[in-house]
Design a binder for this molecule. Structure first.
Ligand SMILES: *[C@@H]1O[C@H](CO)[C@@H](O)[C@H](O)[C@H]1NC(C)=O
Ligand SMILES: *[C@@H]1O[C@H](CO)[C@@H](O)[C@H](O)[C@H]1NC(C)=O
Length: 435
């Protein structure tokens, strides 16, 4: 009898485990792969700016304060401490601009082709035609080790031009002068804005683009902000961000002649509110060796920071906003892309765009108002602790896309796409669009 009972027990527990597994797998299958997120990234490649960036653990210092905030139980693999890996993607892929809106970065990060066989899939060779300089990568497969789709290899050996699956041209396109296989994908990568890049001599030769522009095939933003929960964009703050700050506006800048006349704007602003300009274009100095101390001044002394880009171009938003500004508990005032473009990528209510105002005088008046009203000033910091900057794993996405069943595409005129009318302006967006 006792024997029989234990057999029955065994049977019951076995059935229990099986049904549990079935439930779990049903849940996994039905779970959406990833929501299309409004977006930002961080590739390893960026312009050497005059000021330091602490890439690691960005905004990480606030994590202690926000340990108890809303975070989903399981985070996707590309988040810090993320563990959720994608399973094979069924249905239509939503990787390219004509397949889905937005930057599609999360779709690409969570994509595994249905027929992908891991090591049994053919390896895709990506030729970096202009070499490895600036990429922080070596030839071989190392760049793909932690990718969901990892069967790819990098090379800079130009003799592979006739057999590579993809050729990536960084900043300039050089005709390889060998026959080009039908399936070979030419990718144009730009880090800099159109003013600082060359025209392409054969404008109909490019298949895919990879730039900070949100309508690129493989969007490569300077930084990429994501909310822990897209529904939760503000959080009660314990800190008074106005406390102890006695100074008004700071700006760290080394390049004085910029296409958007940002220096003139800052100087004009300086007539109505105190603007401290550090660096080559101003009268305050901060030696390179003391970068960190200078940046900490933003945290302790200044209320506002001019996160002015050097050019007003579509989607051109660099680390000047995300690192120099948002990281240092100072309210960034931005100039560069259009207001609605900042809105799509920055934490909500985290900055002021110069074009919300008629001009420097009106902006200064508002800054004075903020200066006298700590509650209003602090309302610009409510986003803190609601998300993080994530690494968007550029190479993983390139590899996943090369393994996808992509159709043929090319840009009729890449120069028109990259630098055509309406992409950049030397004036303010207001005056170039409404006058
Ligand atoms: C302001 O200064 C006081 C006194 O030095 C200090 O205790 C406090 O932590 C400071 N507040 C902030 C927000 O830095
Ligand atoms: C790439 O673009 C060329 C035109 O420059 C076109 O002939 C070719 O079919 C395209 N290939 C793919 C894979 O999109």
């Amino acid at each position: 009898m006792p024997r029989l009972i234990s057999i029955r027990k065994c049977l019951y527990s076995f059935l229990g485990i099986v049904s549990l597994l079935v439930i779990v797998s049903i849940y996994k299958i039905n779970k959406p792969v990833a929501p299309v997120q409004e977006q930002i990234f961080n590739n390893d490649l960026r312009e050497q700016t005059a000021w330091p960036e602490e890439k690691q653990d960005i905004f990480g210092n606030i994590d202690d304060e926000v340990k108890n905030t809303i975070k989903p139980p399981e985070k996707p693999w590309f988040w810090r401490d993320g563990t959720e890996y994608p399973t094979k993607s069924k249905g239509p892929s939503r990787l390219f601009p004509d397949q889905a809106d937005g930057d599609r970065i999360v779709n690409q990060l969570m994509y595994i082709p249905e027929d992908y066989q891991g090591y049994d899939s053919p390896e895709k060779t990506i030729l970096l035609y202009n070499g490895f300089s600036g990429w922080g990568q070596k030839s071989g497969t190392a760049a793909f080790h932690q990718c969901p789709v990892s069967r790819c290899t990098l090379t800079a050996d130009r003799s592979k031009a006739s057999e590579a699956d993809a050729i990536l041209f960084k900043d300039r396109v050089v005709q390889p002068g060998v026959e080009r296989p039908m399936k070979q994908v030419w990718i144009l990568y730009h880090l800099e804005c159109p003013y600082h890049t060359q025209s392409v001599k054969v404008p109909d030769s490019i298949n895919w683009t990879s730039t900070y522009r949100r309508d690129s095939d493989i969007v490569a933003p300077y930084e990429y902000w994501m909310y822990y929960d897209p529904e939760v964009k503000t959080k009660e703050q314990d800190k008074d961000y106005a406390a102890n700050k006695t100074k008004k506006v700071a700006w760290f800048v080394s390049n004085c002649g910029a296409r958007n006349n940002r220096l003139q704007y800052a100087e004009e602003l300086g007539k109505y509110i105190e603007v401290d300009i550090y660096g080559f274009c101003g009268n305050l100095k901060c030696p390179r060796s003391e970068d960190k101390r200078c940046f900490n001044l933003l945290k302790t002394d200044y209320k506002f920071y001019l996160a002015f880009e050097n050019s007003n171009c579509r989607d051109y938003i660099t680390e000047k906003l995300f690192i120099n500004g948002l990281k240092y508990d100072v309210l960034p005032i931005v100039m560069g892309a259009r207001p609605e473009e900042y809105q799509k990528v920055a934490p909500e209510g985290s900055y002021i765009h110069v074009e919300e105002f008629e001009g420097p005088q009106e902006l200064a008046a508002y800054l004075h108002r903020l200066d006298k009203d700590p509650d209003l000033y602090n309302s610009y910091f409510k986003w803190k602790g609601t998300g993080q900057l994530i690494n968007t794993h550029f190479w993983c996405r390139v590899c996943a896309m090369l393994h996808s069943p992509f159709g043929s595409k090319h840009y009729e005129d890449i120069n028109d796409w990259w630098r055509g009318p309406g992409i950049c302006t030397s004036k303010s967006w207001r005056s170039s669009e409404f006058v």
